[in-house]
Design a protein around this ligand. Structure first.
Ligand code: BES
Ligand code: MN
Ligand code: MN
Length: 469
């Protein structure tokens, strides 16, 4: 160990830990302030709140000592960016996160209101607590501590966007337009989960995404279901039938060509991923289900990471109000997501879906397909310096080597960081699958919040050391 490395562990880390300890209640209060703003990117009604959140994030960056902080407007929601260049000869870490959140509905299932954060049993409950406000905020606080103590070992650039939950549609152009500004050695993201608080892990893959909305139209108006029922195609019945033919009885997607570009995963790799700690009984119990379901021939861990899927996210049409109303709807709708894996191409999959879905429709209805957003899948290496630094950082802070694991979620911009900026991404997230992200009662553990703030400086330290040697 070099003298500097030894000094870091003997003096800097204890000082950083003491700083976190001394300021921990302020850190939490500040996070609570951010969580109070309903930055729901999907719903135009919340545009002013989304904008206000961007301003707040920018203010936090400035206050922590980040330079050149600016809120950049885009054709969609704003991007917040700032940087602190200590010495151009040091490695530069680009931190990415998102300040937008998913809609909180169904509201009645929340124990406390989604935008009135509450702490219960060591967790902070609020929409965005884990995804991703609580997680990107750890980076701002870690930076604050490192800056205040003179413990920075890398340059930092930080980009926090407002459209991740709706596909990051305008971020690609932003990256292309600001290539030089964003130039970096590694992209560091905390927007994923650990296997458990005592089983640290690093996410080494994300699924891609094609998200579409479909509309099936029958008669030109809602009809009396007795007067016309039986004589006219019911678009809700037809839609249900079309959707059910999108899977076969093996749980495979029936769209012709859907699996053509799926890169096979080696037996070795499959064996390894199935050695990760996973308790199927506990999984079922937690979800209140008797049995899991999915594509035959694959385990639950495989089904939710290395296999592509097709799921209805919402389906509606006709009367859904109180009581019963006898009506034959004119239209029925569904929102459908397809999770993709390397080397499936989201735009090609969207075309294959559209052609097939339209071909399933009887001539008694009209079908329209509207693409919402696309995202490329990503797999990150485990033999890079960038990954090794995260492995060392987590080993120091958790006392255990993290397990690499491919995740099932999507972060659409990740593959574009590599394509546009030429930088590898490291996904060092501190959430848990049980955090209820996108669900009612989203939460983030205080243990996880503070553990993240402690681990991030260790990442900077190890990355700088590895780059030097
Ligand atoms: N943070 C999640 C992605 C995630 C969660 C990855 C857990 C791995 C483990 C992210 O905010 C998210 O929800 N992304 C969306 C992207 C979509 C809207 C394009 C998703 O996966 O549904
Ligand atoms: Mn997220
Ligand atoms: Mn999310």
């Amino acid at each position: 160990m070099s003298i500097f490395a030894a000094k870091f562990f003997l003096t800097m880390m204890p000082e950083i830990r003491a700083y976190i300890d001394e300021h921990k209640s302020r850190f939490l209060d500040e996070l609570i302030g951010l969580l109070r703003i309903p930055s729901i990117s999907a719903d135009p009604k919340y545009k002013p709140d989304v904008d206000r959140t961007a301003e707040e994030v920018a203010a936090h960056l400035s206050k922590a000592g980040v330079d050149k902080v600016q809120v950049y407007s885009t054709p969609g929601h704003p991007v917040v960016y700032g940087e602190h260049i200590l010495d151009p000869s040091l490695p530069t870490v680009l931190v990415y996160g998102h300040y937008d959140v998913q809609p909180p509905d169904p509201l009645e299932l929340w124990t406390t209101s989604p935008f009135e954060p509450e702490i219960r049993e060591g967790n902070i409950y609020a929409r965005g607590a884990a995804d991703d406000k609580g997680q990107f905020f750890m980076h701002i606080k870690a930076f604050e501590a490192m800056k205040a103590l003179g413990a920075l070992t890398c340059n930092i650039k930080i980009i926090i966007e407002g459209e991740e939950e709706i596909g990051s549609n305008h971020l690609e152009l932003f990256l292309k337009d600001h290539r030089n500004m964003l130039a970096c050695d590694v992209v560091l993201i905390s927007d994923t989960a650990l296997i458990a608080n005592d089983v640290p892990s690093l996410t080494t893959g994300l699924r891609g995404m094609s998200y579409v909305e479909v509309e099936v139209t029958g008669p030109n108006r809602d009809l009396h279901s007795g007067v016309y029922g039986g004589g006219v195609a019911n678009p809700a019945n037809v839609l249900a039938r079309m959707i059910s033919s999108l899977h076969d009885d093996q749980g495979r997607v029936t769209i012709p060509g859907f699996y053509d570009k799926v890169k096979p995963v080696s037996t070795e790799e499959r064996k390894e991923m199935n050695e990760a700690p996973f308790d199927l009984e506990e999984y079922c119990r937690d979800l209140g289900i008797e049995e899991v379901a999915g594509e035959s021939g694959y385990t639950t861990l495989e089904r939710t990471s290395i296999r592509p899927t097709l799921d209805v996210n919402g389906i509606w049409g006709g009367y859904i109000g109180a009581g019963a109303k006898t009506v034959l709807p004119s239209k029925a709708f569904a929102k459908i997501s397809m999770r993709l894996v390397p080397d499936q191409d989201p735009e090609e999959i969207t075309r294959l879906f559209t052609d097939y879905f339209i071909s399933l429709a009887p001539s008694s209805v009209k079908v329209r397909v509207f693409p919402h957003h696309f995202g490329l899948p990503a797999v990150t290496p485990t033999d890079s310096l960038e990954y090794k630094a995260a492995e060392l950082a987590m080993t120091d802070s958790f006392g255990k080597k993290p397990i690499p694991q491919r995740g099932g979620g999507s972060i659409p911009i990740v593959s574009l960081f590599e394509q546009i900026l030429g930088a590898k991404t490291v996904m060092m997230g501190f959430g848990l699958d049980s955090d209820n992200i996108h669900s009612p009662n989203e939460r983030y553990g205080l243990f996880n919040f503070y553990k993240g703030i402690e681990t991030i400086p260790l990442y900077y330290h190890h990355y700088a050391q590895l780059k030097k040697s």
